[in-house]
Design a binder for this molecule. Sequence first.
Ligand code: ATP
Ligand code: MG
Length: 215
Amino acid sequence: MGSKRRIGIMGGTFDPIHYGHLVTAEAARHLFGLEQVIFVPSGRPPHKRESRVTPADERLQMTLLATVNNDNFIVSDREVRSKRMSYTYDTMRSFHQELGDEAELFFITGADAVLEIMQWRKIEEVADFCCFIAATRPGYRLESFHLSPKLAENIQFMEVPALAISSSDIRRRVAAGEPIKYLLPEPVEKYIAKHGLYLAQDGCGSNFAEESVVK
Ligand code: ATP
Ligand code: MG
């Protein structure tokens, strides 16, 4: 039998996807010898329930546009299709069940999300079949993280440039009429303009709290 396949999973709201996400995924692919990185736009992100989030279909479209010219990047619509709340824990477990023990999974994340990960239910169980790759700003002090021993064993830190880019800053820029060019791929920039996304800071996208009301 050959060695295990190494698969990266990059979850996110991707509202919108930007070069910070793409640079991080590509760096992880290269550094950890990943066969592919699967981008998983969230359906209904539990932590962003209260805020307005662009409809999942549009975030999926932008993720597809941003990744289409990298043969090692693929996009999964599993969370977008799911009617349930997106918990990364469930997503990782479903990838594990689907790919089996033949695949080694690497969850790629920004270091800012590490604290969130530690609060996942069954985090210790996830750490049995998944390693975490946390992107940090160059020179960032890693000692500031207090990780459980199991997580500490399963997490690797990786320095990437471009960490100052964020989706919230891009949304703010669009609303303020500031440029977003060079912060994200051009097709995504065009998509945002064509569909009028983020023009009013509180006016675009759907509100999950409203959406979830059963009529
Ligand atoms: P928002 O500003 O709305 O929180 P975001 O830019 O953080 O958006 P998300 O979709 O929330 O984007 O993030 C998805 C994943 O990508 C998270 O693990 C996050 O830590 C990571 N990430 C976000 N921006 C960067 C960046 N510039 N460099 C590296 N990782 C990033
Ligand atoms: Mg974020």
